[in-house]
Write a protein that binds this ligand. Sequence first.
Ligand code: GLN
Length: 544
Amino acid sequence: MTKYIFVVGGVMSGVGKGIAAASIGKILQAKGFSVTALKIDPYVNVDAGTMNPTEHGEVFVLDDGMECDQDMGNYERFLNCDLTRANYMTTGSVYQAVINRERNLGYGGKFVSVVPYIPMEVIDRIDKAALKNKAQVVVAEIGGTVGEYENILFLEAVRMLKVKKPADVILVLVSFVPALGAGGTELKTKPTQHAVRAVESVGLHPDIILARAHAPLDKKRKEKIAFHCSVPEEAVISAPDVASIYEVPVNFEKDNLSGVILNKLKLQPRKKDLRDWQGLVRVIRRAEKPVKIAIVGKYFGAGDFILEDSYISVIEALKHAIYFFKRKPQLEWLSSEAFEKNPAELKKLRAYDGVVIPGGFGSRGVEGKIAAIRYVREKKIPYFGLCYGMQLAVAEFSRSVLGLKKANTSEVNPQTPHPVIDILPEQKKNISEKNLGGTMRLGAYPAVLKKGTIAYESYKEHLISERHRHRYEVNPVYVEKLEKAGMIFSGFSSDRRLMEIMELPKSKHPFFLGTQFHPEFKSRPLKPHPLFREFIRAAINKRI
Ligand code: GLN
Protein backbone atom coordinates (compact mmCIF):
# COMPACT_ATOMS: atom_id res chain seq x y z
CA MET A 1 0.00 0.00 0.00
CA THR A 2 2.73 2.46 -0.96
CA LYS A 3 1.76 6.07 -1.60
CA TYR A 4 3.74 7.99 -4.19
CA ILE A 5 4.44 11.71 -4.31
CA PHE A 6 6.18 12.93 -7.45
CA VAL A 7 7.86 16.31 -7.42
CA VAL A 8 8.45 18.01 -10.76
CA GLY A 9 9.68 21.49 -11.67
CA GLY A 10 8.01 24.11 -13.82
CA VAL A 11 9.14 27.34 -15.51
CA MET A 12 12.84 26.95 -14.79
CA SER A 13 15.40 24.88 -12.97
CA GLY A 14 17.26 25.76 -9.82
CA VAL A 15 14.21 26.77 -7.80
CA GLY A 16 14.82 24.31 -5.01
CA LYS A 17 12.97 21.16 -6.05
CA GLY A 18 15.38 19.02 -4.04
CA ILE A 19 14.81 20.95 -0.85
CA ALA A 20 11.06 20.96 -1.55
CA ALA A 21 11.06 17.15 -1.96
CA ALA A 22 13.17 16.69 1.18
CA SER A 23 10.88 19.03 3.10
CA ILE A 24 7.74 17.20 1.96
CA GLY A 25 9.37 14.02 3.24
CA LYS A 26 10.19 15.73 6.53
CA ILE A 27 6.68 17.01 7.26
CA LEU A 28 5.15 13.60 6.49
CA GLN A 29 7.75 11.93 8.68
CA ALA A 30 6.75 14.39 11.39
CA LYS A 31 3.16 13.19 10.99
CA GLY A 32 4.28 9.68 11.88
CA PHE A 33 4.80 8.06 8.46
CA SER A 34 7.79 6.12 7.29
CA VAL A 35 9.05 8.04 4.29
CA THR A 36 11.79 7.55 1.77
CA ALA A 37 12.96 9.93 -0.93
CA LEU A 38 14.26 9.09 -4.35
CA LYS A 39 15.94 11.07 -7.10
CA ILE A 40 15.44 10.53 -10.80
CA ASP A 41 18.02 12.38 -12.89
CA PRO A 42 17.42 12.80 -16.61
CA TYR A 43 21.04 12.68 -17.81
CA VAL A 44 22.71 9.80 -19.63
CA ASN A 45 25.58 9.51 -17.10
CA VAL A 46 25.06 6.21 -15.31
CA ASP A 47 25.94 7.92 -12.03
CA ALA A 48 27.19 11.34 -10.93
CA GLY A 49 30.76 10.20 -10.35
CA THR A 50 32.02 11.30 -13.74
CA MET A 51 30.60 14.82 -13.50
CA ASN A 52 32.58 17.91 -12.68
CA PRO A 53 31.42 19.32 -9.34
CA THR A 54 31.98 22.89 -10.49
CA GLU A 55 29.33 22.36 -13.14
CA HIS A 56 26.94 19.97 -11.44
CA GLY A 57 27.59 20.42 -7.77
CA GLU A 58 28.96 17.98 -5.28
CA VAL A 59 29.13 14.27 -5.96
CA PHE A 60 27.40 12.78 -2.93
CA VAL A 61 28.43 9.28 -1.83
CA LEU A 62 26.16 6.74 -0.17
CA ASP A 63 27.17 3.93 2.22
CA ASP A 64 27.02 1.41 -0.60
CA GLY A 65 29.42 3.49 -2.70
CA MET A 66 26.83 5.01 -5.06
CA GLU A 67 28.05 8.34 -6.44
CA CYS A 68 24.97 10.46 -6.85
CA ASP A 69 23.40 13.87 -7.03
CA GLN A 70 23.73 16.29 -4.12
CA ASP A 71 19.97 16.17 -3.55
CA MET A 72 20.45 12.71 -2.08
CA GLY A 73 22.45 14.47 0.64
CA ASN A 74 19.51 16.76 1.31
CA TYR A 75 17.21 13.76 1.66
CA GLU A 76 19.57 12.08 4.12
CA ARG A 77 19.97 15.28 6.12
CA PHE A 78 16.28 16.16 6.24
CA LEU A 79 14.99 12.63 6.81
CA ASN A 80 17.87 11.57 9.06
CA CYS A 81 18.35 8.31 7.18
CA ASP A 82 21.01 6.44 5.23
CA LEU A 83 19.95 5.77 1.65
CA THR A 84 21.21 3.24 -0.87
CA ARG A 85 21.59 3.04 -4.64
CA ALA A 86 17.99 1.79 -4.79
CA ASN A 87 16.96 5.42 -4.27
CA TYR A 88 18.80 6.88 -7.22
CA MET A 89 18.44 6.49 -10.98
CA THR A 90 19.43 8.27 -14.14
CA THR A 91 18.33 7.86 -17.76
CA GLY A 92 21.70 6.14 -18.26
CA SER A 93 21.24 3.62 -15.44
CA VAL A 94 17.66 2.83 -16.48
CA TYR A 95 18.61 2.22 -20.11
CA GLN A 96 21.66 0.26 -19.06
CA ALA A 97 19.49 -2.10 -16.97
CA VAL A 98 16.93 -2.54 -19.76
CA ILE A 99 19.64 -3.16 -22.36
CA ASN A 100 21.43 -5.65 -20.09
CA ARG A 101 18.18 -7.50 -19.51
CA GLU A 102 17.49 -7.60 -23.24
CA ARG A 103 21.01 -8.96 -23.89
CA ASN A 104 20.30 -11.69 -21.35
CA LEU A 105 17.02 -12.67 -23.03
CA GLY A 106 15.16 -11.21 -20.06
CA TYR A 107 12.28 -10.05 -22.27
CA GLY A 108 11.56 -13.54 -23.61
CA GLY A 109 11.76 -12.67 -27.30
CA LYS A 110 9.58 -9.58 -27.05
CA PHE A 111 10.05 -6.42 -29.04
CA VAL A 112 11.44 -4.03 -26.39
CA SER A 113 9.96 -0.64 -27.19
CA VAL A 114 10.83 2.47 -25.20
CA VAL A 115 7.23 2.77 -24.00
CA PRO A 116 6.23 0.94 -21.88
CA TYR A 117 9.50 -0.79 -21.01
CA ILE A 118 11.54 2.21 -19.91
CA PRO A 119 8.76 3.66 -17.67
CA MET A 120 8.09 0.13 -16.37
CA GLU A 121 11.71 -0.17 -15.28
CA VAL A 122 11.36 3.21 -13.54
CA ILE A 123 8.21 2.14 -11.67
CA ASP A 124 9.80 -1.14 -10.74
CA ARG A 125 12.77 0.67 -9.23
CA ILE A 126 10.55 3.04 -7.25
CA ASP A 127 8.65 0.06 -5.81
CA LYS A 128 11.89 -1.69 -4.93
CA ALA A 129 13.13 1.43 -3.15
CA ALA A 130 9.88 1.65 -1.17
CA LEU A 131 10.17 -1.99 -0.16
CA LYS A 132 13.81 -1.78 0.76
CA ASN A 133 13.21 1.28 2.94
CA LYS A 134 9.92 -0.11 4.35
CA ALA A 135 8.39 3.20 3.33
CA GLN A 136 4.68 3.95 3.39
CA VAL A 137 5.31 7.08 1.37
CA VAL A 138 7.88 7.57 -1.41
CA VAL A 139 8.75 11.09 -2.45
CA ALA A 140 10.32 10.93 -5.91
CA GLU A 141 11.90 14.01 -7.41
CA ILE A 142 12.18 14.13 -11.18
CA GLY A 143 15.11 16.25 -12.33
CA GLY A 144 14.82 18.86 -15.07
CA THR A 145 11.76 20.93 -15.90
CA VAL A 146 8.44 19.89 -17.44
CA GLY A 147 8.28 20.63 -21.13
CA GLU A 148 11.79 19.35 -21.93
CA TYR A 149 12.40 16.14 -23.86
CA GLU A 150 14.79 14.80 -21.27
CA ASN A 151 12.42 13.76 -18.54
CA ILE A 152 9.44 12.80 -20.69
CA LEU A 153 9.76 9.05 -20.04
CA PHE A 154 9.84 9.64 -16.30
CA LEU A 155 6.65 11.68 -16.55
CA GLU A 156 5.21 8.81 -18.60
CA ALA A 157 6.07 6.53 -15.67
CA VAL A 158 4.08 8.82 -13.37
CA ARG A 159 1.16 8.77 -15.79
CA MET A 160 1.20 4.97 -16.04
CA LEU A 161 1.36 4.59 -12.27
CA LYS A 162 -1.45 7.10 -11.78
CA VAL A 163 -3.68 5.19 -14.19
CA LYS A 164 -3.04 2.01 -12.23
CA LYS A 165 -3.31 3.49 -8.74
CA PRO A 166 -5.22 6.78 -8.99
CA ALA A 167 -5.78 7.12 -5.25
CA ASP A 168 -2.15 6.49 -4.33
CA VAL A 169 -0.25 8.91 -6.56
CA ILE A 170 0.01 12.68 -6.35
CA LEU A 171 1.96 15.12 -8.43
CA VAL A 172 3.49 18.25 -6.93
CA LEU A 173 4.59 21.00 -9.29
CA VAL A 174 7.27 23.32 -7.96
CA SER A 175 6.82 26.44 -10.02
CA PHE A 176 8.60 29.75 -10.13
CA VAL A 177 6.55 32.89 -9.59
CA PRO A 178 8.67 35.87 -10.66
CA ALA A 179 8.24 39.39 -9.36
CA LEU A 180 8.01 42.37 -11.66
CA GLY A 181 7.79 46.10 -11.19
CA ALA A 182 9.91 48.56 -9.24
CA GLY A 183 10.91 46.86 -6.01
CA GLY A 184 9.80 43.52 -7.40
CA THR A 185 6.48 43.44 -5.60
CA GLU A 186 4.13 42.25 -8.32
CA LEU A 187 4.15 38.44 -8.42
CA LYS A 188 3.36 37.08 -11.87
CA THR A 189 1.42 33.84 -12.11
CA LYS A 190 1.35 33.42 -15.89
CA PRO A 191 4.55 31.32 -16.16
CA THR A 192 3.00 28.88 -13.69
CA GLN A 193 -0.12 28.64 -15.85
CA HIS A 194 2.11 27.76 -18.81
CA ALA A 195 3.97 25.19 -16.75
CA VAL A 196 0.67 23.53 -15.88
CA ARG A 197 -0.19 23.39 -19.61
CA ALA A 198 3.16 21.64 -20.15
CA VAL A 199 2.28 19.10 -17.46
CA GLU A 200 -1.13 18.58 -19.07
CA SER A 201 0.47 17.96 -22.47
CA VAL A 202 1.92 14.72 -21.11
CA GLY A 203 -1.41 13.54 -19.73
CA LEU A 204 -0.93 14.65 -16.15
CA HIS A 205 -2.33 17.34 -13.89
CA PRO A 206 -0.69 18.69 -10.73
CA ASP A 207 -2.48 18.01 -7.47
CA ILE A 208 -0.46 20.60 -5.58
CA ILE A 209 1.41 23.68 -6.74
CA LEU A 210 4.32 24.97 -4.68
CA ALA A 211 4.82 28.58 -5.64
CA ARG A 212 8.49 29.52 -5.33
CA ALA A 213 8.69 33.26 -5.03
CA HIS A 214 10.69 35.80 -3.10
CA ALA A 215 7.70 36.37 -0.83
CA PRO A 216 4.64 34.38 0.31
CA LEU A 217 1.70 34.52 -2.10
CA ASP A 218 -1.15 36.82 -1.19
CA LYS A 219 -4.76 35.60 -1.30
CA LYS A 220 -5.39 37.09 -4.74
CA ARG A 221 -2.40 35.31 -6.32
CA LYS A 222 -3.42 32.04 -4.74
CA GLU A 223 -6.94 32.40 -6.10
CA LYS A 224 -5.57 33.22 -9.52
CA ILE A 225 -3.31 30.16 -9.67
CA ALA A 226 -6.10 27.97 -8.30
CA PHE A 227 -8.61 29.24 -10.83
CA HIS A 228 -6.40 29.19 -13.93
CA CYS A 229 -4.59 25.98 -13.12
CA SER A 230 -7.63 24.01 -11.90
CA VAL A 231 -6.34 23.12 -8.45
CA PRO A 232 -8.13 23.81 -5.16
CA GLU A 233 -6.96 26.98 -3.46
CA GLU A 234 -5.68 25.14 -0.40
CA ALA A 235 -3.40 23.14 -2.72
CA VAL A 236 -1.54 26.30 -3.77
CA ILE A 237 1.28 26.52 -1.27
CA SER A 238 3.64 29.44 -0.72
CA ALA A 239 7.32 28.66 -0.93
CA PRO A 240 9.02 31.98 -0.25
CA ASP A 241 12.77 32.58 -0.10
CA VAL A 242 14.21 31.69 3.29
CA ALA A 243 17.45 32.48 5.08
CA SER A 244 18.05 28.82 5.88
CA ILE A 245 16.89 25.75 3.96
CA TYR A 246 15.89 24.16 7.27
CA GLU A 247 13.02 26.66 7.50
CA VAL A 248 11.33 25.24 4.42
CA PRO A 249 9.40 22.41 6.15
CA VAL A 250 8.20 24.85 8.83
CA ASN A 251 7.06 27.27 6.13
CA PHE A 252 5.20 24.57 4.21
CA GLU A 253 3.28 23.74 7.34
CA LYS A 254 2.16 27.37 7.65
CA ASP A 255 0.09 26.60 4.54
CA ASN A 256 -0.89 23.16 5.91
CA LEU A 257 0.91 21.23 3.18
CA SER A 258 0.98 17.96 5.15
CA GLY A 259 -2.79 18.26 5.74
CA VAL A 260 -3.43 18.74 2.02
CA ILE A 261 -1.19 15.78 1.09
CA LEU A 262 -2.64 13.41 3.70
CA ASN A 263 -6.12 14.36 2.68
CA LYS A 264 -5.39 13.66 -0.99
CA LEU A 265 -3.78 10.34 -0.18
CA LYS A 266 -6.54 9.43 2.29
CA LEU A 267 -4.10 8.98 5.15
CA GLN A 268 -4.83 9.74 8.81
CA PRO A 269 -2.11 11.74 10.60
CA ARG A 270 -0.58 10.05 13.63
CA LYS A 271 0.54 11.89 16.67
CA LYS A 272 3.98 13.33 16.11
CA ASP A 273 5.26 16.76 15.36
CA LEU A 274 8.03 18.93 14.02
CA ARG A 275 9.10 20.18 17.47
CA ASP A 276 12.81 19.26 17.30
CA TRP A 277 13.08 20.76 13.87
CA GLN A 278 11.34 23.96 14.94
CA GLY A 279 13.86 24.20 17.78
CA LEU A 280 16.67 24.05 15.24
CA VAL A 281 15.06 26.78 13.14
CA ARG A 282 14.82 28.99 16.27
CA VAL A 283 18.52 28.49 16.98
CA ILE A 284 19.37 29.38 13.37
CA ARG A 285 17.30 32.55 13.54
CA ARG A 286 18.58 33.70 16.91
CA ALA A 287 22.28 32.82 16.75
CA GLU A 288 24.41 35.94 16.83
CA LYS A 289 27.97 35.18 17.86
CA PRO A 290 29.82 34.12 14.74
CA VAL A 291 32.21 31.23 14.25
CA LYS A 292 34.46 32.19 11.37
CA ILE A 293 35.73 29.32 9.26
CA ALA A 294 37.87 29.53 6.12
CA ILE A 295 37.42 26.84 3.47
CA VAL A 296 40.56 26.71 1.36
CA GLY A 297 40.19 25.17 -2.07
CA LYS A 298 40.94 25.50 -5.74
CA TYR A 299 37.46 25.81 -7.16
CA PHE A 300 37.08 29.48 -6.47
CA GLY A 301 38.39 31.27 -9.53
CA ALA A 302 36.40 33.43 -11.90
CA GLY A 303 33.70 31.44 -13.62
CA ASP A 304 33.36 28.90 -10.81
CA PHE A 305 29.90 30.04 -10.02
CA ILE A 306 28.45 27.24 -8.01
CA LEU A 307 31.26 26.76 -5.56
CA GLU A 308 28.78 26.45 -2.73
CA ASP A 309 27.08 23.57 -4.52
CA SER A 310 30.39 21.80 -5.05
CA TYR A 311 30.95 21.60 -1.29
CA ILE A 312 27.38 21.56 -0.07
CA SER A 313 27.83 18.69 2.42
CA VAL A 314 30.94 20.33 3.91
CA ILE A 315 29.04 23.59 4.32
CA GLU A 316 26.03 21.90 5.88
CA ALA A 317 28.18 19.78 8.21
CA LEU A 318 29.97 22.94 9.42
CA LYS A 319 26.64 24.66 9.95
CA HIS A 320 25.18 21.72 11.90
CA ALA A 321 28.16 21.77 14.26
CA ILE A 322 28.03 25.56 14.64
CA TYR A 323 24.28 25.50 15.36
CA PHE A 324 24.97 22.82 17.97
CA PHE A 325 26.87 25.51 19.91
CA LYS A 326 24.10 28.04 19.15
CA ARG A 327 26.48 30.16 17.10
CA LYS A 328 26.19 31.81 13.72
CA PRO A 329 28.15 30.28 10.84
CA GLN A 330 30.41 32.65 8.98
CA LEU A 331 31.99 30.55 6.24
CA GLU A 332 34.40 32.12 3.82
CA TRP A 333 36.16 30.83 0.73
CA LEU A 334 39.85 31.33 0.19
CA SER A 335 41.61 30.39 -3.02
CA SER A 336 44.69 28.27 -2.51
CA GLU A 337 46.08 29.60 -5.78
CA ALA A 338 46.16 33.09 -4.27
CA PHE A 339 48.53 31.73 -1.58
CA GLU A 340 50.81 30.44 -4.34
CA LYS A 341 50.92 33.76 -6.13
CA ASN A 342 51.43 35.78 -2.99
CA PRO A 343 52.51 34.01 0.21
CA ALA A 344 51.76 37.19 2.19
CA GLU A 345 48.08 36.30 1.67
CA LEU A 346 48.55 33.47 4.16
CA LYS A 347 48.31 36.01 6.97
CA LYS A 348 44.61 36.26 6.18
CA LEU A 349 44.18 32.87 7.83
CA ARG A 350 44.83 34.49 11.21
CA ALA A 351 41.42 36.11 11.08
CA TYR A 352 39.67 32.73 11.25
CA ASP A 353 38.66 30.53 14.15
CA GLY A 354 39.34 27.44 12.08
CA VAL A 355 40.41 26.31 8.63
CA VAL A 356 39.06 23.46 6.50
CA ILE A 357 40.63 21.95 3.40
CA PRO A 358 38.03 19.75 1.75
CA GLY A 359 38.35 16.96 -0.81
CA GLY A 360 39.86 17.56 -4.20
CA PHE A 361 41.69 16.10 -7.16
CA GLY A 362 44.68 16.99 -9.31
CA SER A 363 47.56 19.40 -8.90
CA ARG A 364 46.02 22.84 -9.36
CA GLY A 365 46.31 24.87 -6.16
CA VAL A 366 47.99 22.06 -4.20
CA GLU A 367 51.12 23.99 -3.20
CA GLY A 368 48.89 26.78 -1.90
CA LYS A 369 46.97 24.27 0.21
CA ILE A 370 50.22 22.85 1.60
CA ALA A 371 51.39 26.39 2.43
CA ALA A 372 48.09 27.05 4.22
CA ILE A 373 48.44 23.81 6.19
CA ARG A 374 51.96 24.74 7.29
CA TYR A 375 50.71 28.16 8.36
CA VAL A 376 47.80 26.86 10.48
CA ARG A 377 49.97 24.09 11.97
CA GLU A 378 52.64 26.56 13.03
CA LYS A 379 50.22 29.27 14.17
CA LYS A 380 48.08 26.71 16.00
CA ILE A 381 44.86 27.59 14.18
CA PRO A 382 42.35 24.69 14.37
CA TYR A 383 42.59 22.64 11.18
CA PHE A 384 40.30 20.00 9.73
CA GLY A 385 41.40 18.21 6.53
CA LEU A 386 38.89 16.15 4.59
CA CYS A 387 40.34 13.49 2.30
CA TYR A 388 42.71 15.53 0.10
CA GLY A 389 43.01 17.90 3.07
CA MET A 390 44.33 14.98 5.15
CA GLN A 391 46.66 13.69 2.46
CA LEU A 392 48.21 17.13 1.94
CA ALA A 393 48.63 17.56 5.71
CA VAL A 394 50.69 14.36 5.69
CA ALA A 395 52.76 15.72 2.77
CA GLU A 396 53.31 19.03 4.58
CA PHE A 397 54.35 17.31 7.82
CA SER A 398 56.72 15.04 5.90
CA ARG A 399 58.37 18.07 4.30
CA SER A 400 58.54 20.32 7.36
CA VAL A 401 59.02 17.88 10.23
CA LEU A 402 60.55 14.77 8.64
CA GLY A 403 62.71 16.98 6.41
CA LEU A 404 61.70 15.16 3.22
CA LYS A 405 61.66 18.36 1.20
CA LYS A 406 60.22 16.78 -1.94
CA ALA A 407 57.57 14.69 -0.21
CA ASN A 408 54.34 14.69 -2.17
CA THR A 409 51.33 12.67 -3.22
CA SER A 410 52.08 10.67 -6.35
CA GLU A 411 48.80 12.07 -7.72
CA VAL A 412 50.60 15.43 -8.10
CA ASN A 413 54.13 14.21 -8.77
CA PRO A 414 54.41 10.58 -9.90
CA GLN A 415 58.22 10.94 -9.83
CA THR A 416 58.52 12.22 -6.27
CA PRO A 417 61.37 10.54 -4.32
CA HIS A 418 59.05 10.46 -1.27
CA PRO A 419 55.54 9.36 -2.25
CA VAL A 420 54.11 9.71 1.27
CA ILE A 421 50.67 9.52 -0.30
CA ASP A 422 50.51 6.83 -2.95
CA ILE A 423 48.03 5.00 -5.12
CA LEU A 424 46.06 2.24 -3.38
CA PRO A 425 47.22 -1.16 -4.67
CA GLU A 426 43.69 -2.10 -5.76
CA GLN A 427 43.49 1.18 -7.68
CA LYS A 428 46.62 0.51 -9.76
CA LYS A 429 44.69 -1.81 -12.00
CA ASN A 430 41.71 0.55 -12.31
CA ILE A 431 43.71 3.60 -13.25
CA SER A 432 45.14 1.95 -16.35
CA GLU A 433 41.75 0.79 -17.51
CA LYS A 434 39.58 2.86 -19.80
CA ASN A 435 36.33 2.26 -17.96
CA LEU A 436 36.97 4.55 -15.00
CA GLY A 437 33.44 5.39 -13.77
CA GLY A 438 32.75 4.10 -10.26
CA THR A 439 36.22 2.61 -9.73
CA MET A 440 37.56 4.64 -6.78
CA ARG A 441 37.52 3.33 -3.23
CA LEU A 442 33.90 4.21 -2.64
CA GLY A 443 31.37 4.05 0.16
CA ALA A 444 31.41 2.94 3.77
CA TYR A 445 34.41 1.18 5.32
CA PRO A 446 35.02 0.47 9.00
CA ALA A 447 37.91 1.98 10.94
CA VAL A 448 39.33 1.14 14.35
CA LEU A 449 40.02 4.08 16.66
CA LYS A 450 42.96 4.46 19.01
CA LYS A 451 42.15 5.30 22.63
CA GLY A 452 43.29 8.59 24.12
CA THR A 453 43.10 10.48 20.82
CA ILE A 454 40.92 13.36 19.64
CA ALA A 455 39.21 10.93 17.28
CA TYR A 456 38.35 8.48 20.06
CA GLU A 457 37.23 11.23 22.42
CA SER A 458 34.98 12.63 19.68
CA TYR A 459 33.25 9.43 18.62
CA LYS A 460 33.59 7.60 21.95
CA GLU A 461 33.57 4.37 19.96
CA HIS A 462 36.14 1.74 19.03
CA LEU A 463 34.79 0.99 15.61
CA ILE A 464 33.34 3.54 13.22
CA SER A 465 32.04 3.44 9.66
CA GLU A 466 32.60 6.32 7.27
CA ARG A 467 32.20 7.03 3.56
CA HIS A 468 35.09 7.20 1.13
CA ARG A 469 35.86 8.47 -2.36
CA HIS A 470 39.54 8.37 -3.22
CA ARG A 471 42.30 6.54 -5.10
CA TYR A 472 45.31 7.41 -2.93
CA GLU A 473 46.26 6.63 0.67
CA VAL A 474 48.98 7.24 3.25
CA ASN A 475 51.91 5.14 2.04
CA PRO A 476 52.44 2.39 4.68
CA VAL A 477 56.22 2.66 4.16
CA TYR A 478 56.20 6.08 5.88
CA VAL A 479 53.76 5.41 8.73
CA GLU A 480 56.34 4.51 11.36
CA LYS A 481 58.57 7.47 10.47
CA LEU A 482 55.62 9.86 10.67
CA GLU A 483 54.57 8.43 14.03
CA LYS A 484 58.08 8.77 15.43
CA ALA A 485 58.06 12.41 14.37
CA GLY A 486 54.85 13.03 16.35
CA MET A 487 51.99 12.35 13.99
CA ILE A 488 49.26 10.14 15.44
CA PHE A 489 47.25 7.79 13.27
CA SER A 490 44.15 7.58 15.43
CA GLY A 491 41.96 5.65 12.97
CA PHE A 492 42.95 2.79 10.66
CA SER A 493 41.54 -0.24 8.88
CA SER A 494 41.35 -3.35 11.06
CA ASP A 495 44.40 -4.85 9.29
CA ARG A 496 46.23 -1.55 10.02
CA ARG A 497 47.13 -1.15 6.37
CA LEU A 498 45.07 1.93 5.61
CA MET A 499 45.41 5.08 7.70
CA GLU A 500 41.98 6.67 8.09
CA ILE A 501 42.53 9.49 10.60
CA MET A 502 45.63 11.56 11.27
CA GLU A 503 46.04 14.03 14.12
CA LEU A 504 48.57 15.95 16.16
CA PRO A 505 48.53 15.66 19.95
CA LYS A 506 46.47 18.23 21.85
CA SER A 507 49.60 19.28 23.73
CA LYS A 508 51.07 20.48 20.43
CA HIS A 509 48.06 21.95 18.66
CA PRO A 510 44.46 22.79 19.70
CA PHE A 511 42.99 20.77 16.80
CA PHE A 512 44.90 19.43 13.84
CA LEU A 513 43.11 16.46 12.36
CA GLY A 514 42.46 14.97 8.96
CA THR A 515 40.33 12.11 7.69
CA GLN A 516 40.87 9.93 4.65
CA PHE A 517 37.08 9.59 4.50
CA HIS A 518 34.38 12.24 4.08
CA PRO A 519 32.71 12.78 7.47
CA GLU A 520 30.60 15.56 5.95
CA PHE A 521 28.34 13.01 4.27
CA LYS A 522 27.08 11.71 7.58
CA SER A 523 26.36 14.92 9.46
CA ARG A 524 22.72 15.65 10.26
CA PRO A 525 21.12 18.96 11.27
CA LEU A 526 20.08 17.67 14.69
CA LYS A 527 23.08 15.37 15.06
CA PRO A 528 26.29 17.05 13.95
CA HIS A 529 29.16 14.78 13.04
CA PRO A 530 31.40 14.22 16.11
CA LEU A 531 34.58 15.36 14.35
CA PHE A 532 32.95 18.52 12.97
CA ARG A 533 31.52 19.16 16.43
CA GLU A 534 34.92 18.87 18.12
CA PHE A 535 36.58 20.96 15.42
CA ILE A 536 34.06 23.73 16.02
CA ARG A 537 34.45 23.39 19.79
CA ALA A 538 38.19 23.96 19.35
CA ALA A 539 37.50 26.90 17.01
CA ILE A 540 35.21 28.51 19.59
CA ASN A 541 37.64 27.93 22.44
CA LYS A 542 40.40 29.49 20.43
CA ARG A 543 38.36 32.64 20.13
CA ILE A 544 37.81 32.96 23.87
N1 GLN B 1 42.57 13.08 -4.91
C1 GLN B 1 42.65 12.30 -3.71
C2 GLN B 1 42.50 10.82 -3.99
O1 GLN B 1 41.98 10.44 -5.01
C3 GLN B 1 41.62 12.77 -2.71
C4 GLN B 1 40.22 12.52 -3.14
C5 GLN B 1 39.22 13.34 -2.37
O2 GLN B 1 39.58 14.31 -1.73
N2 GLN B 1 37.97 12.97 -2.45
O3 GLN B 1 42.90 10.02 -3.19
